[in-house]
Design a protein around this ligand. Structure first.
Ligand code: MIG
Length: 804
């Protein structure tokens, strides 16, 4: 017995493979071992793929959108190892057994296979063990609960519907097998490109290794080197980036499970306008449908959906509808009949349709891994797009069914390659989102659709925004949502959010007030709550909370040019909209501490320090540099912890010194009514800085044909100069007036200001709260208003230079 066990063990260890031969290819090397082939190829200078395969390849065709690139590298064949050297990254491959070590150009080890464990195979499961580096931290992995630094924890990727999940639950709806390791001032990224169920261990229950394993399919991963932000750039280059969503989808969205009938929908919309609370979207949940049947309308509750959509548009609202994948198995229902005819539904191996039960009853499910199905879905979607609906919320696409036990033998087309649930489950949601995105883009004839999804996989950002599913109305969930959105941002999904106010359960008014403040600093900003919970609109919690909500929603709209620019950055470089502090302050240990791990930068310059709803004293850590308290302009030195008092209506927000913040000071109602005045806020500091002002029509793809208005803004404090460069692009800016607002400047210093009159002014981003007026007392005392100046001039496309 003992001998068998021993030889089994040796077999497992050697199954990683012993080197037999290699050849150099255009992109890297291919190594033969007795049981595997290793294909090692550069995708760019900072991205290298390690693909262990056997005769029949089993890869994921959906996530990666790049192919290998020719870069210069050398291969050296030593007795015991192969060494690949390139401009930015070296790889040493031990021969017996095969083990990988990745090094930077200083010869520092970024990451290495654990020498005694390496790559192991047990049945179909393959695991790579990586040596745990000293004080190694792990961030990313997408929509996962838990802390920012995931060391000591383990996770699974298996898209799962989990109503009212526990704050430590795993897995949830979406899977992104990409993480970033950080140690000794170094960082690297790993993307495991395999859609079977996968497992990640970041030093959980052991002190020897981190590991990742796949239940089946090829061990196929990409290794990235660089800083955290460079790694995110490379990962999003590899798996694709979001294209700019419609401007209206970045505004406030009001959802409810469910608003009906149509008169209630219109009432809610009207209330926003009557109360002067800006909003762009009303979302329709499952009760708009006839017996929950997708592509149908309940004839009594919504007798004239087209009229309703028109009326909402007149009020400045777009409509988003929920879409579930299940097609009720009922004759004389077009999607069912035509779906059968077009052969688009998932089947068992014996050719019988899979049937699962969900809202409409027993259903078939479209196989979105097939081009014909996606094109059929596009045609079905016409019933929405034809009446002016441009927003599609994809729910239940894990696939969720009653019983939550999707059979594992269902067959998926996988673009003709074939797969079963084991490989298809994690991919399904993303392909449904893709069908919605591609279908709606075609149907809408040049208008950008807004797609939201619950399930997803690596690369889903190309098609869709993502929200974190059925959270619970409590503080822990509010703060967890922040971490999950930040983690999604680290993992390539910049447009994400959580149900503001909490989906399940009834929250107290303070909780709603805090949540809407924090949500205003989330990429996707939507209030939503569950059926049979109490009302949860901005006006549902009494006057004070209504005013707070109104102020923060308005603040969101004022910040639209800043936020839109952050979306442009995300679409061009993959840099997320909410940035965990591990991106810019990677080596600062404090930012990983439990007290501070929820803090993040919203865009380039606004630091958000979320507080629980009843916390009146906020413990905040400002990283290195100089900062300004957002509401008071109080100047604060970074690199220190502080405890500050915060009234309910004050979310701790800080602006980096030398920042430039573009603001639509006159924004009202919705994203189409942003006024004609652009305010540029400059915060005195020592560093030079720059940003861009970006504007386009917000709805079409014309910006890719040069129809945008874009200009660089430079702030050079030491040269006492602000330069607004000439505008580029063919879009006629709606801006007529430019207002410069200078924070923290010295009166004497500004004596030489020659560009029109400059006045000292108390500037506030939000209105005072009437019952509890911080501007009357504490706030106004704190406000360093003597240091805020502003001036107004005409806005032109030519370069404008200001000196003082
Ligand atoms: O079985 O459509 O996460 O946001 O309101 C529940 C009803 C189905 C789950 C979604 C939630 C939505 C709800 N849906």
């Amino acid at each position: 017995m003992l001998d068998i066990a021993k030889s089994e063990r040796n077999k497992r260890i050697s199954e990683g493979g012993v080197f037999k031969s290699y050849l150099t290819t255009e992109y890297g090397v291919e190594i033969e071992t007795e049981s595997f082939q290793y294909k090692i190829s550069f995708y760019n200078e900072h991205t290298i793929r390690v693909h262990q395969t056997s005769h029949s390849q089993d890869c994921n065709p959906y996530s990666v959108v790049q192919s290998p690139k020719k870069i210069s590298f050398q291969v050296e064949d030593n007795d015991n190892s192969l060494v690949i050297t390139s401009e930015s990254l070296d790889v040493v491959i031990d021969k017996s057994p095969i083990l990988f070590t990745f090094l930077n150009k200083d010869g520092k080890i970024l990451n290495q296979d654990e020498p005694g464990l390496g790559i192991q195979t047990q049945g179909e499961q393959k695991t790579i063990y990586k040596k745990l580096q000293s004080n190694e931290r792990f961030v990313g992995l997408g929509e996962k609960t838990g802390p920012l630094d995931r060391s000591g924890n383990g996770y699974q990727n298996w898209n799962t519907d989990h109503f009212a999940y526990d704050i430590e639950a795993d897995p949830l709806y979406a899977s992104i097998p990409f993480y970033i390791g950080i140690h000794n001032g170094l960082s690297y990224g790993v993307f495991l490109d395999n859609s079977y169920k996968s497992h990640f261990n970041f030093g959980a229950s052991n002190n020897r290794f981190s590991s990742f394993s796949v239940d089946s399919g090829d061990m196929d991963y990409y290794f990235f080197n660089g800083s955290v932000s460079e790694i995110i750039q490379s990962y999003t280059w590899l798996t694709g980036r979001m294209s700019l969503p419609p401007m209206w989808s970045i505004g406030y969205q009001q959802c409810r499970y469910s608003y009906y009938p149509d008169t209630e929908v219109l009432d809610v919309a009207k209330k926003f306008r009557d109360k002067d609370i800006p909003a762009d979207v009303i979302v329709l949940d499952i009760h708009y449908m006839d017996e929950y049947k997708i592509f149908s309308w309940d004839k009594e509750r919504f007798p004239n959906p087209d009229q309703m959509v028109d009326l909402l548009k007149e009020m400045g609202f777009e409509v988003v509808v929920i879409c579930d994948p299940g097609i009720k198995t009922e004759g004389k229902y077009l999607p069912y009949d035509s779906g059968k005819k077009e052969d688009v539904f998932l089947k068992y191996p014996d050719g019988k349709y899979y049937e699962g039960e969900v809202w409409p009853g027993w259903c078939h499910f479209p196989d979105f891994t097939k081009e014909e199905t996606r094109s059929w879905w596009k045609d079905m979607m016409k019933s929405y797009t034809d009446i002016g609906i441009k927003g599609f919320w994809n729910d239940m696409n894990e696939i969720a069914t009653w019983g939550q036990m999707l059979p594992e033998n269902i067959e998926f087309d996988f673009e003709g390659e074939g797969a079963t649930t084991r490989k298809g489950r994690n991919i399904y949601g993303m392909q449904m989102a893709r069908s919605a995105y591609e279908g709606a883009s075609k149907n809408l004839d040049g208008k950008r659709p807004f797609i939201l999804t619950r399930a997803g996989f690596a690369g889903v950002q190309r098609y869709s925004a993502l929200w974190t599913g059925d959270n619970v109305a409590n503080d822990e969930h509010m703060l967890l949502g922040v971490r999950m959105v930040n983690s999604l941002g680290l993992s390539g999904v910049p447009f994400s959010g959580y149900d503001v106010g909490g989906f399940a359960g009834n929250g107290q008014s303070n909780l709603f007030a805090r949540w809407i403040q924090i949500g205003a600093f989330s990429p996707f900003f939507r209030g939503h709550s569950m059926i049979n919970s109490h009302d949860s609109e901005p006006w549902s919690y009494g006057e004070e909370v209504e005013e707070i909500s109104k102020n923060y929603i308005r603040l969101r709209y004022k910040l639209l040019p800043y936020i839109y620019h952050a979306f442009v950055q995300a679409s061009e470089s993959g840099t997320p909209v909410t940035r965990s502090l591990c991106i810019d302050y990677t080596t600062d240990d404090k930012i990983y501490a439990a007290d501070f791990e929820n803090q993040y930068l919203f865009g380039d310059n606004i630091l958000v320090a979320p507080l629980a709803s009843d916390q009146r004293y906020g413990k905040v850590y400002l990283p290195e540099g100089e900062w300004y308290e957002f509401f008071t302009d109080e100047q604060l030195a970074g690199g220190q912890e502080m405890i500050r008092e915060y009234a309910l209506e004050h979310l701790p927000l800080f602006i980096k010194a030398s920042s430039i913040i573009p603001v639509y000071g006159d924004a009202t109602q919705n994203s189409k009514n942003v006024g004609e005045c652009l305010e540029l806020h400059f915060y005195a500091g020592t560093d030079h800085s720059s940003t861009e002002y970006y504007e386009d029509d917000g709805v079409s793809y014309e910006s890719s044909n040069g129809v945008f208005h874009r200009r660089l803004i430079e702030f050079a404090p030491s040269q006492k100069e602000i330069k607004i460069k000439e505008a580029s692009g063919n879009y006629n800016s709606k801006i007529k007036k430019l207002k410069l607002v200078l924070h923290g400047f010295d009166q004497n210093e500004l004596n030489n200001w020659k560009h029109g009159s400059i006045e000292r002014k108390c500037y506030s981003y939000v209105q005072p709260i009437s019952n509890f007026d911080p501007f009357e007392k504490d706030h106004r005392d704190n406000l360093k208003s003597e240091n805020v100046f502003s001036t107004e001039i005409a806005y032109t496309n030519e370069e404008m230079v200001f000196n003082w």
